[in-house]
Structures are given as structure tokens and as C-alpha cells.
Design a protein around this ligand. Structure first.
Ligand SMILES: [Zn+2]
Ligand SMILES: [Zn+2]
Length: 348
């Protein structure tokens, strides 16, 4: 079978490797659609692991079912988790499932940018498989993971109806945050980015106001637009250092900042303890990845049409043209979700 082997953002090679063989309790999935994630193009994060086959936002069809597995059948359409938490350790039991050692060790083979993927027994046993249901296309199915991460983030940031929100960065995760917040009844949503193409998406998909961060004093403008108050919740959905600093200045007393993105390697920010914390009761929090439960909840939102994720797809490429897809995502300008279709560009 063919796979895309990643070396760096400008060096992705198409290789021929043996189709994975499955054992008892495992599944072989034919990958129909696979999303490129913002984290796929963070070179420093991948540097020590290359060459590797990336791709963790997948959807496909079961083509082989391992012995002893009765819950799944050939022809079934699925999304699946790359990583799954054990559900039993202290971290899992305390609600920090995505920091579990098991989550960091598990993965499907070889990765989503391939014609076929083997889902290991442990991933299946721990609940990392999500049947798509008849109304969900493969392309929509690839959003199960990114939307699950956003659901987790907003839960930890205690997002509720009526709250004011500032989303810094209008890439895929920023826009998914906007769409979810809108669905949950946010009172006021502002979004920032440096690229107008992305701000247009934000506006169209739920932001009340968009601000180009290259041209505006973000904390000041936000307060001006929000009755003089900072945001109840600030979500940092970009690795830009400037956005992290703006977040601390834009959050209101008693508000929450959710750090959702990775930054450049070794990035740090200065933080005034008196201004941010003392007397202000600001919460700084973060979230990483998502649990199987959150994947299921995300898929329900997609299936019911409540979050129209397909609106975010701007590009589709065959495996042969994956390099162009990575170029677009790394550039982070006039693209939103880029989907790779290992079986070719036939209609979903
Ligand atoms: Zn992702
Ligand atoms: Zn665990």
C-alpha cells in the first residue's frame, strides 16, 4: 500500500510499504479521508520522531475484522482515535485522562496518511472507535477528533451560555471554538487573526466581531466593544507569542484564559503576578487532546448538523499531492481544513 512519509514540511515522500496485517481483536480500516492538523506541521515537535507517517484525523471503512471481535463488521464506516487513555490510572480517575501514559504510548499503524490503517486491540478495547452513522460523510468524520479537543477545552474553561469570548487565532481550532461557543449560546464572540481570509470564516461561522491583530490594539478594542469589560473567556488558538500576551490583558476579573495551542520551541512569556492574579482571581488553564467520551459527543454534534464542520473544508488532495496540502497548512493563510483522500478524489 502507499503511505506518505513525513521528514519535514517540505519533504514528504510517497512510499510503498506492506499492507498492515491484523491480529485477533484488531481492525483494518481503509482510509477514505484524513485531515491535516495544525500540529502536523510543527516541525520541532516531529523532529525527533521522523521519518513517520502522520495523520490522526481519520475516517474510513472496515475491510477486515480480527478474530474474536463481534462489535464491528466489514463495510462499517468509522472514525477512530490515534491515542486512548487507560481509564484506570490516577490521572485518568482525576479527570486528566489526556495526560495518561497510555494515551502517549498508544497509536494506530502506520498513521492516517496511508491507504490502510490497523487499529490495535488496545485502542478498540479502550473505546477509541466511533461508528459514523448513515448521515455522516467520511470528510465530516475527520472532524471528530478536532471537535472533541475543542469540546474538552471549553469544558475545562467552563464555557456557558451568555459568556463573552475572545478567540485569538482563527485557524481550524479557533473557528471550531467559535462554532461551538455560538452553539452553546455565547453572549458575545470576538475573533482575531492576521489573515483576513481567516477572519471571514470566523465572521461567517459565528463571530460577532473580527479584529485584524496586525492593525488593532486587541485588549483595548475588545473592551471597547464589550461595554468596557474584558472577556469572560479568552481562548488562545495560535502559537503566536503576541496572542498569549494579549490574552492576559484581555481577560476580565474572575475570567479564564484557555491555552489551547503549541508555540515555537522554548517560547516563554512574562507574566505580572500582581496584574494577572492578585485581586483579580483569573484562571489560567489548558487542555490537550480528548477522551473517547468527548469524541462520541463531538460526533453527535456533527451527525445532528449542530456543528456544520464541512463548511471548513477548503482543499482536498490525493495522497500524491499531500506535499501541497502540507504547504498550505504550514503557511496558514488562504486555507482552512485540508483533507487528504488516500483512495483518490472520488466523491465522499
Ligand atoms: Zn489534530
Ligand atoms: Zn490512565
Amino acid at each position: 500500500m502507499r503511505v506518505a512519509t513525513y521528514y519535514n514540511n517540505n519533504d514528504i515522500r510517497i512510499d510503498e510499504v506492506p499492507k498492515p496485517k491484523i491480529g485477533p481483536g484488531e481492525l483494518l480500516l481503509r482510509i477514505e479521508a484524513s485531515g491535516i492538523c495544525g500540529t502536523d506541521v510543527i516541525e520541532w515537535y516531529r523532529r525527533d520522531k521522523v521519518p513517520l507517517v502522520l495523520g490522526h484525523e481519520i475516517a474510513g471503512e472496515v475491510v477486515e475484522v480480527g478474530k474474536g471481535l463481534t462489535r464491528y463488521k466489514k463495510g462499517q464506516r468509522l472514525s477512530a482515535s490515534h491515542h486512548v487513555p487507560c481509564g484506570k490510572c490516577k490521572l485518568c480517575l482525576s479527570g486528566h485522562e489526556t495526560t495518561c501514559d497510555m494515551l502517549r504510548k498508544t497509536k494506530f499503524y502506520p498513521g492516517g496518511f496511508a491507504e490502510f490503517v490497523r487499529l490495535p486491540k488496545i485502542n478498540i478495547e479502550l473505546g477509541g472507535v466511533y461508528p459514523l452513522g448513515p448521515s455522516v460523510t467520511f470528510e465530516q468524520g475527520t472532524f471528530t477528533e478536532p471537535l472533541a479537543c475543542v469540546l474538552r477545552g471549553q469544558r475545562l474553561a467552563r464555557m456557558q451560555e451568555g459568556k463573552s469570548l475572545l478567540v485569538l487565532g482563527a485557524g481550524i481550532s479557533g473557528i471550531l471554538h467559535i462554532m461551538l461557543a455560538k452553539y452553546k449560546g455565547a453572549g458575545f464572540i470576538a475573533a482575531t487573526d492576521l489573515v483576513d481570509y481567516r477572519l471571514d470564516f470566523a465572521k461567517r461561522l459565528g463571530a460577532d466581531i473580527t479584529l485584524n491583530a496586525a492593525e488593532q490594539d486587541i485588549p483595548g478594542r475588545f473592551k471597547g466593544l464589550n461595554k468596557g469589560e474584558g472577556a469572560d473567556i479568552v481562548i488562545v488558538a495560535t502559537g503566536a507569542k503576541a496572542a498569549h500576551l494579549q490574552a492576559l490583558e484581555s481577560v476580565k476579573r474572575g475570567g479564564t484564559v484557555l491555552f489551547f495551542a503549541a508555540t515555537a520551541e522554548g517560547e516563554t512569556i512574562p507574566l505580572s503576578i500582581n496584574d494577572v492574579f492578585w485581586r483579580n482571581e483569573v484562571t489560567l488553564t489548558s487542555s490537550y487532546a480528548a477522551t473517547p467520551k468527548e469524541h462520541m459527543a463531538a460526533l453527535r454534534l456533527i451527525a445532528s448538523g449542530k456543528i456544520a464542520v464541512e463548511e471548513l473544508i477548503t482543499h482536498r488532495f490525493s495522497l500524491d499531492d499531500i506535499q501541497e496540502g502540507f504547504r498550505l497548512v504550514a503557511q496558514a493563510r488562504d486555507s482552512m481544513k485540508v483533507i487528504i483522500k488516500p483512495q483518490g478524489l472520488r466523491k465522499d
